[in-house]
Design a protein around this ligand. Structure first.
Ligand code: NVA
Length: 310
């Protein structure tokens, strides 16, 4: 059966650990695995802006011996010029995997249902699972075993990163606290799903409106832009409502003394995170950015192998 990574809970706790172990091995030996030798092609489609994702997938596919085929989402017009299903059937006959950054999670699911090759979510409105594999790898490097660590996500909990931290953190057995203003928490169904996963892994999930309470004693503190791609028209309203959730040095001081600060980037200094935190000694953001490549190589390699075995 073809395997995909469409959302964070597509990987079981064991599978997530396996992918993280593989990512760590690939980081130590970048050219040791040639899962795309041929070269086999990977289609990379972007319907939203990108820098890290395009570069890390492009470099990563090349390191695996493959060919990264960049497709301009605006030219392709998937779901506009042509149905997602028809595009999926065409691409699936040309390439070995499809990496897609788009708006609707449903579009990605249709692509996966019809492509016949692994489809990887390179960010949708709802999830950013590749970032979470990179982030969990980064946490492991700085804080060791993931299970039992507490993470506070502060800011726009209703965005892709809030949802992904809930699901991936719970899968890793972490204690995930989301601190967001009214109306910006992950949907109740997302909390329910994460709580169900946490019940099996020993983790937990919690919504905590007060950012100081959420961050107190946390091992990991995470934030993200208040204005995700596609939300630009809401900028003024969002800046007002999120101001008390800014990750300042004062807020960071509430965390565990050896806590790390994380941000998937791009970051807006003085808005969701202060420059002293982003550029300070507790920040691991550049490791996160580097780890995108190692994480995504592991994801592609894992999905291709899992599909071939079944
Ligand atoms: N929540 C952000 C993540 C950027 C990598 C966005 O969707 O724009």
């Amino acid at each position: 059966m073809t395997r995909h990574l469409l959302r964070d809970d597509d990987l079981s706790p064991d599978e997530q650990r396996e992918v993280l172990d593989l990512a760590a091995r690939l980081k130590a030996s970048p050219y040791a695995v040639r899962s795309l030798a041929g070269p086999r092609s990977v289609a990379m489609i972007f319907d939203k802006p990108t820098l890290r994702t395009q570069v890390s997938f492009g470099a990563g596919v090349a390191e695996l011996g493959g060919y990264p085929m960049l497709i301009d989402g605006a030219l392709a017009g998937i779901g506009v010029r042509e149905s997602v299903e028809d595009v999926a059937r065409v691409l699936g006959r040309q390439v070995s995997a499809i990496v897609w950054r788009t708006f609707h999670q449903g579009y990605l699911e249709s692509m996966a249902a019809h492509a016949g090759v692994p489809v990887v979510n390179a960010l949708t409105d709802d999830f950013h699972p590749c970032q979470l594999i990179a982030d969990l790898l980064t946490v492991r490097e700085h804080r060791g075993e993931l299970a039992g660590l507490s993470v506070a996500f502060v800011g726009d909990g209703a965005c892709n990163m809030g949802n992904s931290w809930l699901l991936a953190g719970a899968t890793a057995g972490m204690h995930v606290r989301i601190s967001a203003p009214d109306g910006y928490l992950p949907a109740p169904a997302m909390f329910e799903r994460a709580a169900e996963i946490a019940a099996a892994t020993g983790g937990s999930v919690l919504a905590e409106p007060d950012p100081k309470v959420a961050v107190t004693g946390a091992d990991v503190v995470v934030t993200d832009t208040w204005i995700s791609m596609g939300k630009e028209e809401e900028s003024a309203a969002r800046e007002a409502v999120f101001a008390p959730y800014s990750l300042t040095s004062e807020l960071m001081a509430c965390a565990a003394p050896d806590a790390i600060a994380m941000h998937c980037l791009p970051a807006y200094r003085g808005k969701e995170i202060d420059a002293e935190v982003l550029d300070g000694p507790q920040s691991v953001v550049w490791d996160e950015a580097e780890n995108r490549r190692h994480a995504q190589k592991a994801v592609l390699t894992y999905l291709l192998a899992a599909g071939a075995e079944a």
